[in-house]
Ligand binder design. Structure first.
Ligand code: GLN
Length: 243
């Protein structure tokens, strides 16, 4: 059984972020892999160690502040589970929360988990639009598409990005980097939602969850013709060649 924890689904769910959970769950079901999804809301108890996959979506600065107060109380257990190989996908506001701090436009500091030592500062304008990035997993690279809408500019320092920007802005519109990658943690600005649009990444996360359960097996191939076509159309719209 793969156990999934969806953090604050009622507060962090921008631009269809919940679709990431649906896609993850459905691609497990199609392969007869049992999966259970629990939601965690403000003030509820959680034991991160019992989960394989934790998902954190995006939210406005207001929602982010509410969530950060609650999440800070569980910071140490979350950080320990990450060190222990917990698979985490964090999108936009959720991604920002993994870093050290988020300095908002009025100079207020939204406290972040400081699980990773990158930081975010609100920029002058919102970065909005389609994005394509090149991601490398297990030595092979492929294109990932999504949609971004954020004012925060993230600077990774020495952390590794999830990918390199081919079109769009990514972390800050300057350094060509998108998202963050640490152990089994994947942070990204890509709404879209990300996983239904990029099934190779989804399957990679499912594989990591199985490994965490001690199961080593090849995932049964699925018919991804619609998903691949959708991805190709988005790449073409951005003026990029297909995969
Ligand atoms: N509040 C953050 C920003 O604008 C995150 C927005 C989001 O999750 N889309 O930078």
């Amino acid at each position: 059984m793969i156990r999934v924890c969806h953090l604050y689904p009622d507060l962090l769910n921008l631009y269809g972020d919940r679709g990431n959970i649906i896609a993850f769950q459905q691609r497990c079901r199609w392969r007869d892999l049992p999966v259970q999804v629990d939601s965690l809301n403000l003030g509820e108890k959680v034991d991160f160690q019992k989960y394989d996959f934790v998902f954190l979506g995006g939210g406005s600065d207001r929602e982010q502040t509410l969530v950060s107060v609650d999440l800070m109380k569980r910071r140490d257990e979350f950080a320990a589970a990450i060190e222990d190989g917990l698979v985490v996908l964090a999108i936009c506001g959720g991604f920002q929360l993994l870093g050290s701090y988020f300095m908002s436009r009025n100079g207020e500091n939204i406290p972040c988990l400081d699980v990773l030592d990158f930081y975010t500062k609100a920029g002058e304008r919102r970065l909005v639009g389609n994005v394509a990035i090149e991601v490398e997993l297990n030595g092979s690279s492929f294109k990932v598409v999504g949609f971004e809408n954020h004012s925060g500019l993230t600077f990774l320092g020495n952390n590794k990005p999830l990918g390199r920007v081919l079109s769009g802005n990514g972390n800050n519109g300057r350094d060509g980097l998108e998202g963050v990658r640490y152990k089994n943690v994947f942070g990204s600005y890509l709404h879209g939602p990300l996983l239904p649009k990029n099934v190779r990444l989804t399957d990679y996360l499912i594989g990591l969850c199985l490994e965490r359960r001690g199961i080593k097996k090849e995932l049964k191939p699925l018919d991804d013709s619609f998903e691949k076509r959708a991805c190709e159309i988005m790449l073409r719209r951005m003026g990029l060649p297909g995969r």
